[in-house]
Design a protein around this ligand. Structure first.
Ligand SMILES: Nc1ncnc2c1ncn2[C@@H]1O[C@H](COP(=O)(O)OP(=O)(O)OP(=O)(O)O)[C@@H](O)[C@H]1O
Ligand SMILES: O=C(O)[C@H](O)CO
Length: 523
């Protein structure tokens, strides 16, 4: 464990030396240098979407005139500024905002995960914490990412603040992943328990976040534009950190400041699809039936400005800049990596072989069959923004080191009872794929990390692998296939080379899904 990648606390690093190429000792050195580059890039990706930098990019305050600028809009501050927030990254956003806005802020209420303040304190992340006499009231709740009584109390306090505002006021709304569970206000007569049960059932049966949040919006007072309506006639500016592929503002935290466009029929289809329609509690049926005949229609959100201030794309763009500064030819392949982790791992395995062959001219065309398989698999994964052709063209014949970046959120279907997370499982699977066939005269490294710093229920953010992983593991008496069969990737990486391939960042205070880094370095 001691040797594991420790990232964010150690911002100052020794300068990176050129890679030594050649025999086995040199190859080990090059592996370590690649790992160092990978963690630097991961660090820079996360750094671009930390609350402080994000807020400073999104907001600027003219102290003399008291004008607050958000993008190209200006708001006059005169003791009329309020703040609410909900989500896993909102504590640091509120702290950065209070620092920036100072006395202009009249009052705030935020709903954040249970234990987050203590965790940030333990991690020494003072910048993520509000000052002792803060004007922002903090509620902690939603243990295990489920709406609970504490989160309900927070939601009611947020609603109360919003409802008390006038046309002269400006409400800043901070939104990040996990916001849905942290802002539960079921429409009566639905109870919190009924909403919790339905959410759990939908999630357990594999509903997508789009489907889950469509239902949440229909059953909630504040989601699907309800919060914006509660704040009317105040001006509302939502600053949103996206944890959903494609950054859909109506889905992230169930769009509390975005008018819902879904009909009751949409909800019934979803409930049917997961076999839940027949067993719906009477209260849910009542609310859906009422919504059907609601003469007011969907909430209007004309007084709202919704702004995405942090996303996977922004994080990867920064990593790309850093990679180029380190001398790599860097391409962002996709920010929408989704699908079963096994297929995603196969995709990266094939990509390494095909891109590797393109990289070294005499071998171009060697992997025709793999090239075809790669394109087929990419089509099957339906990655809407995939830049595969561009990446392969950028690599072709250059002979220079290449860095392919991607992000998103693959899914793991849990079969075993081991300890792991989707990033460690993906890395382990990619390691196994890379070791299956010779890759030619290139060094390859793949890293997968969760930008929130916590991969599943483990303390690591992710892990990195090289093609030698499986053979080195065997030499240590570790069988990769057995660990994978039990979803036990964290146990594997904790034992393998004393934990040296684990990526440890601690909680980062942000969350824009996962980042994947693939290096190809011609020897
Ligand atoms: N043993 C395991 N091996 C692999 N993946 C696991 C394991 N246990 C849990 N997971 C996965 O971890 C994920 C839950 O962890 P986590 O809290 O990091 O993700 P999340 O709820 O999507 O939150 P976030 O988006 O904030 O990362 C689920 O996708 C789950 O399938
Ligand atoms: O809170 C939620 O709804 C999810 O994290 C998606 O934003």
């Amino acid at each position: 464990m001691a040797a594991a990648l420790q990232i964010l606390p150690r911002l100052a690093r020794a300068p990176l030396r050129p890679l030594l190429l050649g025999g086995p000792v040199a190859r080990l050195a090059s592996g370590m240098a690649l790992a160092e580059h990978a963690r630097q890039l991961f660090e820079s990706a996360v750094g671009a979407v930390l609350p402080g930098p994000m807020l400073h990019r999104a907001l600027s305050l003219d102290l003399d005139s008291g004008q607050l600028k958000v993008r190209d809009r200006s708001f006059q501050l005169r003791q009329n500024l309020y703040l609410v927030g909900f989500g896993k990254a909102v504590l640091g956003m509120a702290a950065a905002a209070e620092e920036l806005l100072g006395q202009h802020l009249v009052q705030g209420v935020i709903s954040v995960p249970k234990g987050i303040r203590a965790a940030m304190e333990r991690a020494g992340k003072q910048e993520m914490l509000l000052k002792p006499h803060s004007r922002v009231q903090v509620f902690e709740g939603a243990e295990d990412n489920l709406p609970d009584r504490d989160a309900l109390r927070a939601a009611l306090a947020i609603r109360q603040l919003a409802e008390g505002l006038t046309a002269d006021d400006l409400l800043l709304v901070f939104i990040s992943g996990g916001g849905s569970a942290l802002l539960p206000a079921p429409i009566p007569p639905i109870t919190l328990e009924e909403k919790q049960t339905l959410t759990k059932l939908l999630a357990a049966r594999g509903a997508t976040i789009q489907e889950l949040n469509t239902i949440r919006k229909a059953l909630s007072q504040l989601k699907g534009g309800g919060l914006a309506q509660a704040a009317y006639p105040a001006q509302v500016v939502s600053l949103i950190l996206s944890d959903v592929v494609g950054d859909p503002v109506e889905v992230i935290a169930s769009g509390p400041t975005v008018a819902s466009v879904h009909s009751v029929q949409d909800c019934l289809h979803i409930l049917n699809r997961y076999g839940l329609r027949a067993a719906l509690p009477r209260s849910v049926k009542t609310v859906l039936a009422r919504a059907d005949s609601d003469p007011h229609g969907p909430h209007s959100c004309g007084h709202v400005l919704n702004v995405i201030i942090g996303s996977n794309a922004l994080a990867l763009a920064e990593a790309q800049r850093q990679a180029e500064a380190l001398g790599y030819r860097a391409v962002v392949l996709s920010t929408a990596i989704q699908g079963n982790v096994k297929s995603v791992a196969q995709f990266y395995g094939l990509l390494a072989r095909v891109a590797g062959a393109h990289l070294t001219p005499p071998r171009a065309g060697t992997f025709m069959e793999e090239d075809e398989q790669l394109h087929e698999l990419a089509a099957k994964l339906q990655l809407p923004d995939l830049q595969l052709k561009e990446a392969l063209e950028a690599v072709a014949g250059t002979g220079s080191p290449v860095c392919l970046l991607a992000g998103g959120e693959p899914t793991v279907q849990l079969q075993g009872s081991g300890k792991g997370g989707r990033n460690q499982e993906l890395a382990l699977r990619v390691g196994a794929e890379l070791g299956q066939w010779p890759l030619g005269p290139i060094d390859v490294l793949f890293l997968s990390g969760g930008t929130d710093g916590q991969d599943g229920p483990t303390e690591a953010a992710g892990a990195w692998v090289m093609p030698e992983l499986a053979s080195q593991a065997t030499a240590e008496g570790l069988d990769v296939a057995t660990f994978l069969a039990h979803n036990d990737s964290h146990t594997f990486f904790s034992r393998f080379r004393g934990g040296a391939h684990l990526l440890h960042t601690g909680l980062t205070g942000t969350n824009v899904m996962d980042a994947h880094i693939l290096f190809l370095w011609p020897r």
